[in-house]
Design a protein. Sequence first.
Length: 376
Amino acid sequence: MINMNDKDKKPSRILTILWKILTNLSFVLPALFAFSLQRVFSIFPPFVEFTYSTKIYRWISTPISFFTSLFPFSLTELLLYMSLPILILFIIIFIIQIKKSANRKKTLIKDLRRIGLTLSVSYFVFMILLGFNYARMPLSETLGIEISPRSRQDLETVCYILLEKTNTIRSDRKEIDGSMVLENGITDALKNAYQGYDAVSSVHPVLQGSPRRAKGVISSHLWSYTGITGMYFPFFVEANVNVDIPQAFLPNTILHELAHTRGIAREDEAGFVAFLTGIHHPNMDFKYSSYLDALLQASSALYSVDTTAYANLQGRISDSVKRDISANNVYWKQFEGPVQEVSTSVNNAYLQSNMQTDGVQSYGRVVDLIIGYYLS
């Protein structure tokens, strides 16, 4: 004989088990929601652009950046220094709690869920302060720059435009031991880099924003072993810069990191914004740095399609510019090694996880934007 009560209880037991599993895994919901929302947003770039990036993101990020910009030092670096002793203290407390607990397994699971929830919520906040901006409209559309297949001749033409500007501006730059140095020093460059954004924001409102100070990292020399020149920390809306790098390349790096604070998430677009704001900056050091960086990227692209044209271009680079390029090569040579390789792999994984499917290769696409800027 079939017991109808047992038959009725079976679906109830299944629902109970499912509810228990869902409850135990509820800590992942904030991260799962944020991840899914980013993917949904990627289907509707105009919505992200005009609802989130230019409105909601600015409303949230502006007061945070106003507060963090009051500090002349990197809060991100300070947090990093504090994290190690805090982590050690947390581990000690965690072990003590487990040992004192009457039910160690239950306490362990409870504490791990708390850690998971903290990480999940942190990921959600990351998406709000940066991640969703990866789904906004392409910068070429918002700036009105035509991106299309270009001929080798187009690329070579732009290379010579950049070459002329670079050579001309470098001729009266201040230098020490043959290498260009900033006329007003590093601190001034960090503090006043935003002026380049002010210079173009009237024409391109998408780049509007309040003045923000970039932060130099004290341990910049050690940071160079990772091969990283700058980092945006979204939780503080803070642009952190490696100030140990050759000064000819520093202004462009500062402008690149500031682009992230204004909601430009994609690396190739941040690179182009650094170029655009640099060449319009009132300080000639910024102009030179941005033209120099653009020249190197464009000439590298030219080398890949026409080595003879590349050789001819190299022959017209002024000696002073060549000294800056050589100093940069010598500087980075000393940091080559496994740390830099691991750092590149991690950065590549991060970019790909945020829908930049080309990974670090996306840095090269800035050349397309520069060509479009000059030839559109």
